[in-house]
Write a protein that binds this ligand. Sequence first.
Ligand code: HEC
Length: 132
Amino acid sequence: MRYAFLIVLGLVIGIAGTVAAMNARNSGPHLPESLMHMQTFHIRALNKNVEANRCATSDNLPHLQALRSLSNDIEPIFLPIEKEQDFRLKAADMRASLDALIAAPPADCPATRAAQEKIGKSCKACHDEFRN
Ligand code: HEC
């Protein structure tokens, strides 16, 4: 009887542990990649707009705003990280670029392309230092 109880207890603990591990996998470790993939989605959307010659402010501003909003999550999702001050600086630089672009949003295709390149540079600046 006692052993049966211990076996059941062992099973319950095993199941609880598995569920906890699966939850941790779903929420924790994938968040950094998910954030980066969403940013890529919006950068590509700007690119597609240029290719389709769809470059009115109303086409582009939503993507700039989405990128700006996503960039608020960089530190909460990535920290703790080595060289934290530098990392924060890179994220802040990207937000500053986006703020400037949103304050004077692109209204034609050359400006949209330039905006996309400007954002791309701030992605690269961080990747050069922090992405393996
Ligand atoms: C402040 C730093 C920082 C900025 C800014 C940044 N990234 Fe990243 N990015 C990282 C780090 C760190 C990784 C590596 C993450 C990992 O593999 O866990 C990464 C990884 C990625 C990846 C690969 C994800 C994967 O599946 O492994 C993509 C795609 C990406 N970034 C796109 C972008 C784009 C697009 C931008 C700009 C709009 C951007 N990133 C801006 C830090 C940054």
